[in-house]
Design a binder for this molecule. Structure first.
Ligand code: FES
Length: 90
């Protein structure tokens, strides 16, 4: 099982195919977000570790200028098991 950790909080499980924001919210973590659809950019995060376990940038992330180190948590889907660490706000 992969995991995601936000801002030095606890690591929470994230299923393969699930986006980071959904995993954090399911676990009750205080992630920043608004639209959950790649539009607002509020969920932008910096990937500190585990970025190779995420799917390639979505079109929405490209439109927000994300570069791989910065991702939209609602768009970044986990494709491999890893311990992913992110920070918000960027
Ligand atoms: S919550 Fe709006 S872009 Fe992710």
């Amino acid at each position: 099982m992969a995991s995601v950790q936000l801002n030095d909080g606890r690591a929470v499980p994230v299923a393969l195919g699930q986006d980071l924001l959904a995993a954090l919210l399911d676990a009750g973590e205080p992630a920043l977000y608004l639209c959950m659809s790649g539009s607002c950019g509020r969920c932008r995060c910096r990937v500190v570790a585990g970025g190779a376990a995420l799917a390639p940038l979505s079109e929405a992330e490209r439109q927000h200028g994300c570069d791989g180190e910065q991702r939209l948590a609602c768009q970044a889907r986990v494709v491999r098991e890893a311990e992913i660490v992110i920070e918000q706000p960027v």
